[in-house]
Design a binder for this molecule. Sequence first.
Ligand SMILES: Nc1ncnc2c1ncn2[C@@H]1O[C@H](COP(=O)(O)OP(=O)(O)OP(=O)(O)O)[C@@H](O)[C@H]1O
Length: 380
Amino acid sequence: MIRFDGAAKRHPDGTVAVRDLDLEVPAGRITVLVGPSGCGKTTILRMVNRMVEPTAGRVLLDGADVAALEPANLRRGIGYVIQQAGLFPHRRVLDNIATVPRLLGWDRARARARAAELLELVGLPPEAARRYPFQLSGGQQQRVGVARALAADPPVLLMDEPFSAVDPVVRAGLQEELLRLQAELHKTVLFVTHDIEEAVRLGDRVVVLREHGEIAQLADPHTLLTAPADDSVAAFLGRDRGLRGLGLRPAAGVALDPVRQPCGGWELALDGDGRPAGWRLGGELRPAPAFRPDRDTLRTALDAAVLSPAGAAVAVDADGRAIGTASRAAVIAALPLDTATSEPATSGPTTSEPTTSEPTSSGPATEAVPATTPGARRGG
Ligand SMILES: Nc1ncnc2c1ncn2[C@@H]1O[C@H](COP(=O)(O)OP(=O)(O)OP(=O)(O)O)[C@@H](O)[C@H]1O
């Protein structure tokens, strides 16, 4: 666990980057710092690995004041991923990944074997190992950056806008990959972004910051989207926060109609294996957008229903076979009322935990609403 205890950073020119931060970053979870440019996100992150020294207060890592730890040793136990990967341009990919294990004294063969393992873990082909960073795409370079940060298996990962230099499609792939890795590795992740969409997608907890690293709200993504602490947080979340919230809700609760039931005159055509072939009306056959209730979110289901000529999404199982259809109305009916009706809370949580507590590693969820599952988030 990382704890900021009255941590502050005042620069020699008088700029107060962070005023007085009290924050706990729980072990094994993803905590996202989000906020406008200049609010102190990077400063907060770098206080953890002593790239920035606080001018007041303390940062504790598993109870130990990081100020008392030797910086090089401290950093070997903390993975650090930055925008545009920050790879060594003159080193091949495999040697980039093997950097920290080598610094830790592993012999070359062991470090390279570990690097090859990591390359596979982050979804890169073996032939990438011998390339130089400039021979990779931006998204591939970011994957190498993540692999390098994970190489020595550090319990803590600091990620500073790691995916912001790549296009939205690649970015979505990298986010999905991070969630998949995290489900396996359970690192303590502190992630900085200025993109609220990314924050709610990745964060178990999201810390919305305003100037001088002041916490405007700390909450799980669902609470944040449905009960922003005040108007400024609501404005930061954007007008479509309700729709975004659909991406946090599993589609499992959507009521399905039978596959054979026509929708507005359209009939669902199936192939020989029972997979949707399209919606048919007279001689016309149009695509049948689908969703998987066991994996996807309400956002995916609603998107499929909106795009469908029949006004209904096809629900499929893991093998792609149709198991029912869901009208737009059925998808909307599956929405919990709090998402549909919420307004900014007048006196919501500010600098502390959300009013509805979120699941922690030490205890069960006590939220009034179902907790988001990583799978549901991935589907969103
Ligand atoms: N060396 C420095 N001297 C003076 N002021 C600094 C210094 N480094 C950072 N700052 C200021 O501290 C504040 C916080 O900077 P920081 O980089 O932490 O913000 P940020 O939220 O990460 O911003 P961005 O999203 O734009 O990267 C900013 O006002 C910045 O200008």
